[in-house]
Design a protein around this ligand. Sequence first.
Ligand code: G6P
Ligand code: MG
Length: 221
Amino acid sequence: MQTSACIFDLDGVIVDTARFHFMAWKKLTDQLGIHFTEEDNERLKGVSRMASLEIILGIGNIKPDDCRKLEYAKLKNDWYIDYINKMTPDEILPGSLDFIYELRNANIRVAIGSASKNTPLILARVGILELFDAVADGNIISSAKPDPEVFLKAAEMVGIKPSDCVVFEDAIAGVKAALNAGMVCIGVGSSEVLTEAHYIIPGLKEMNLIKLRTIEKDIRS
Ligand code: G6P
Ligand code: MG
């Protein structure tokens, strides 16, 4: 059985937006007097905007009402958009484009499965919106990773059954979501963090079609 679709998480797999999330959350936490570090930011990877805010408020032991929470999330997102509006195609992570073109040439469907509501904006800013057969993102799902919804939605949009999909993910919650969807999951990042993934690579530069075929053969046999 061969892969018919590859589904890519966006943040941390195709582009490095974690630093912009950090800078924007940092502006908010500075205003609120919360001590927020880059280490804390690691906990927000793959986590939805409101769930991220809850984690941050927990760090500061602050309990605002729901209306205030929405205000904080909007403030953060406005700052975040300022950063991503300045992104250029140079910020696409090494190897991503070559691999995606290779997949497309082999007639393998390519899709995005991301929690981010800013997915369309980011893809447009770095000039790759047209590259994907489907984009499943935070705007069309109701349950965040580790729920499999976003990946199942992406599979449905490209018309491929979940067991024929391979997911590329950099976040623990995302790896769990892919496994919950019954898909093969290749972790992108550290093997110490992404322990549950079927296979781990440091970045998409380390991936090509021959390698993908070998990995999936091992996993699916
Ligand atoms: C991705 C990132 C998270 C972010 C989430 C929501 O999963 O890894 O850090 O919180 O998207 O992003 P958004 O752009 O909708 O605030
Ligand atoms: Mg990610």
